[in-house]
Design a protein around this ligand. Structure first.
Ligand code: PLP
Length: 384
């Protein structure tokens, strides 16, 4: 029995069969067993990403893959446009600047949709093709907004800029056909919808991004994808990989594909989102993001006046065994967030709503106990 119900935007709960395999014995990472494992994982992940490009598994958290997405394809002084409406969008620009790239930010308020028109204008004015990349976070976990990557790709059109997309908190939970959407570099992390512990990240590279990599002036020792490719061909990785996580990934990918196809996973995430949003609204709470732009993996709630978010989290954790997240950066103390992805189940989320009702009531917020639960159940029973 887990001693908590973990409802944060990652790390997410890990299914028992996935955890179990992590205590297996280690084996030679420069032998045939590893070669077969890595090839099998890459093949499976390419199906999840829906790409025929190259794909690498990195022993690094999601931020490592963000860094890899910027250090492998460009030269110092290159211009990138970073679309940002949250903490992880900002992070892309910050990493770019660490590597002496010129990061031009197009910002929107946290929780508000991006300014696609501004991107269109900047690209249209760039006759010389100086802009080398567009970075965007598909699912901004800090606010629970889902940005429209397809629209961005359409705006990019024939402009040569590479489209770099962070899908850390969305890959596996929602359909992201990487090649069809024209994403050049797509990255995700293990600890979200892929139902794994933290420690691995995955990055895909399109043919034209790979061409750019051959001419790139920036260098990294650890995140060198050209070196990773050479080692992949030998059935290895440049450095010692996180073997337990990779063994676990084989099991979690199996579970993902066993869920009667990807569509089933996507539908489950959609339904949990609808049920949770209905429950929160039934409690009179304000959601940070409107329905049109809502994430299917993270939902942020605006803290009602007089509600202390830290206290709310503490009561939910200590009295009811439910862990939810607070706000990040400028939203700290102003919102609280539910994660609902990967192995989080409908009934876990329902328990989260029950705990929230009681914790809110404890702070004097006017709650009719059961209101949220009823709205949640209503969606579960009536939406297929
Ligand atoms: N991008 C997004 C959208 C995330 O949600 C996170 C982590 O929560 C990251 C990037 C960074 O990943 P990590 O913390 O694994 O480095």
């Amino acid at each position: 029995m887990p001693d908590q119900i973990l409802l944060i935007p990652g790390p997410t709960p890990v299914p028992a069969e996935v955890s179990r395999v992590m205590s297996s014995e280690m084996f030679n990472h420069r032998g045939p067993r590893f070669k077969a494992l890595q090839e099998h994982l890459v093949e499976g992940l390419k199906k999840v990403f829906q790409t025929e490009g190259r794909l690498f598994i990195l022993t690094a958290s999601g931020t490592g893959a963000m860094e890899a997405s910027l250090v492998n394809f460009f030269s110092p002084g290159d211009q990138v446009v970073s679309l940002t409406n949250g903490s992880f969008g900002d992070r892309f620009a910050e990493i770019a600047e660490v590597y002496d790239l010129q990061a031009d930010r197009i910002t929107a308020e946290w929780g508000e949709p991006l300014d696609y028109k501004a991107l269109e204008e900047i690209l249209a004015a760039d006759h010389a093709g100086r802009i080398k990349a567009i970075t965007v976070v598909h699912n901004e976990s800090s606010t629970g907004i889902m940005n429209d990557v397809q629209a961005i790709s359409k705006i990019r059109g024939r402009h040569p800029a590479l489209l770099i997309v962070d899908t850390v908190s969305s890959m596996g939970a929602v359909d992201i056909p990487v090649d069809q959407w024209g994403i050049d570099v797509c990255l995700t992390g293990s600890q979200k919808a892929l139902m794994l512990p933290p420690g691995l990240s995955v990055i895909s590279v399109s043919h034209r991004a790979w061409e750019a990599a051959q001419k790139a002036g920036l260098k990294s020792f650890y995140f060198n994808l050209r070196l990773a490719q050479e080692y992949f061909e030998l059935g290895q990785t440049p450095n010692t990989p996180a073997l337990p996580q990779m063994m676990a990934m084989e099991v979690s990918l199996g579970l993902f594909f066993d869920e009667a196809g990807r569509e089933k996973s996507y539908a489950r995430h959609r339904k949990m989102t609808m049920a949770l949003r209905a429950a929160l609204r039934a409690l009179g709470l304000k959601l940070l993001v409107d329905d049109e732009h809502a994430s299917v993996t993270v939902t942020a709630v605006v803290a009602p006046p007089g509600i202390d978010v830290e206290k709310l989290q503490a009561v939910m954790r200590e009295r009811y065994g439910v862990e939810i997240a607070g706000g990040q950066g400028r939203l700290q103390g102003r919102i609280f967030r539910f994660g609902h992805m990967g192995a989080i189940r409908e009934m876990d989320l329902l328990a989260g709503v029950a705990a929230l009702e009681m914790a809110l009531a404890g702070q004097g917020y006017p709650v009719q106990l059961g209101r949220g639960l009823e709205a949640f159940q209503d969606v579960l029973m009536n939406i297929t």
